[in-house]
Design a binder for this molecule. Structure first.
Ligand code: HEM
Length: 444
């Protein structure tokens, strides 16, 4: 039996409903037709997979049968993000160790220095409303670039960031288009895309050259790019070719900045509109960290901070949906999944599934008891699950924690009346309007 196909219009299917309000549409079809349903976006039929056990089958239990269906290859080439099979396994073996605990500890000082510079700017506008969406995206970009390329590198990442932001916007538009023009067609947006890609390539190749020279002169940097350059596959003894290094560096940038950069404003907003949780978190920080610049170990060991971030990741997962393609026929709870089917997974939807979450729409960090963590471990997957789970997860969590601690050490956050944050469901989950909050200095 095929999963039920929901009604739609000839030719376009459900594209108009999806385009108008993606998440509203997905919620409606899940509520009305169930956890495994087919819908049509123009020529493509997709299968929505909303039940945690089915997500687990696709992402973990039978992960070998499902490959990424969204194509970012034009940007990230055949890096860890897009590669599959033996190639992906090899890249993952080479890259995962660069994110190990010991390496993260070495990045803390650089992260803290970047955070300090951003907070200096906020200090100057004391008591006034502060724009946070752009500010946090910029900070997240600088932190990921510094981690990948090192503090000693050429420094100005502004044009690189602008190029990355354009590429994200371009890719989002392409995925929403019914019949996108081939990328080689000289339309204004395609031309701008290729220009942005050239800026990225030029910068990344320059940095690869710089890292190669540093390593050759016997003083290799501590950055991820150098570590990837020097990494050797334990099974074959082989390293990465320069073109592969380029793809991996770009993969890290693409995966690592709009994700964290979007989550931080969501957390700050939840804290501003829930002063009781903000107060409790500030007390935890005061008691455990005081006014010291936090180290990695203490940042990671704050239980209420952990719960606040998990609750924000539950309600506002930055990677809110993705697709996988079935290589061979499969069966999911009695339903036939034909070879070639495109499966649509959405942590946003599953994280608000009323069967698994009480008062799913409420921001309630207290729900994160050890029992709930155990019971709902398949219903919470902001970083994916299984072999393709986010390789930058601990990096991202450390960065977010350091930023939140430093902000709450210095300020009380208050919402600005009349400002409402609504989700903007692009490749990552941003806000429709930039977040503005009032920052009140604690000493004043
Ligand atoms: C809050 C921040 C972040 C979230 C929510 C997030 C989420 C995700 C998700 C959902 C996936 C895909 C899982 C799948 O396909 O099953 C992923 C993959 C990945 N992420 Fe993240 N990510 C975050 C931050 C980062 C950072 C900071 C980096 C790097 C510095 C990073 C690097 C990657 C890479 C390289 C992959 C591909 C892994 C693979 O296919 O083996 N991510 N991430």
């Amino acid at each position: 039996m095929n999963p039920v196909l929901i009604p739609g219009l000839p030719w376009i299917g459900n594209l108009h409903q999806y385009r108008y309000d993606k998440i509203g549409f997905l919620h409606r079809i899940r509520d009305r037709y169930g956890d495994l349903v087919r819908f049509r976006l123009g020529p493509h039929t997709l299968i929505l997979v909303a039940h945690p056990e089915d997500v687990h089958r696709v992402e973990m239990k039978h992960a070998r049968n499902y490959v990424k269906a969204t194509n970012f290859r034009a940007v990230v080439g055949d890096g860890i993000f897009m590669s599959e099979g033996e190639k992906w396994k090899r890249q993952r073996r080479l890259i995962a160790p660069t994110f190990h605990h010991g390496n993260l500890l070495k990045m803390v000082d650089d992260m803290n220095a970047k955070i300090g510079l951003t907070l200096e700017m906020i200090r100057e506008v004391d008591q006034h409303p502060v724009e946070l969406s752009e500010t946090m995206k910029r900070l997240a970009f600088e932190i990921v670039c510094e981690a990948v390329f090192g503090a000693r590198s050429a420094g100005d990442f502004t044009s690189l960031r602008q190029a990355m932001v354009y590429i994200n916007r371009y890719l989002t538009r392409r995925f929403g288009a019914l019949l996108p023009l081939p990328m080689s067609f000289p339309s204004p947006s395609n031309l701008r895309f290729h220009r942005a890609l050239r800026i990225i390539d030029r910068t990344v190749w320059e940095l690869i050259g710089q890292k190669t020279a540093e390593s050759a002169s016997g003083s290799p940097g501590e950055d991820l790019l150098t570590k990837m350059m020097l990494a050797r596959d334990p099974e074959t003894g082989e390293g990465m070719e320069p073109a592969q290094l380029r793809d991996e560096a770009v993969s890290m940038m693409l995966a690592g900045f709009e994700t964290t950069g979007h989550l931080i404003p969501w957390v700050l907003n939840e804290l501003a509109v829930h002063p009781e949780h903000q107060k409790r978190l500030r007390t935890e920080i005061d008691e455990r960290v005081g006014d010291r610049i936090p180290g990695a170990e203490e940042a990671m060991a704050l239980p209420f901070l952990n719960a606040v971030i998990d609750e924000a990741l539950r309600l506002h997962p930055p990677v809110w949906a993705w697709t996988k393609r079935a290589l061979e026929e499969d069966e999911i709870r009695g339903h036939r999944i034909r070879a070639g089917s495109i499966l649509y997974l959405s942590p946003y939807l599953t994280h608000r599934h009323p069967q698994f979450w009480e008062r799913p729409e409420a921001f309630d960090p207290d729900r994160w008891t050890p029992e709930l963590r155990e019971r709902n471990k398949l219903a919470f997957f902001p970083f994916g699950m299984g072999p393709r789970t986010c390789v930058g997860r601990h990096f991202a969590l450390l960065e977010i924690k350091l930023i939140l601690i430093r902000i709450l050490q210095g300020w009380v956050l208050q919402p600005v009346p009349g400002h409402r944050s609504q989700g903007d469901f692009q490749i990552t989950l941003g806000m429709k309007k930039p977040l503005i909050l009032r920052f009140i200095r604690r000493s004043s």
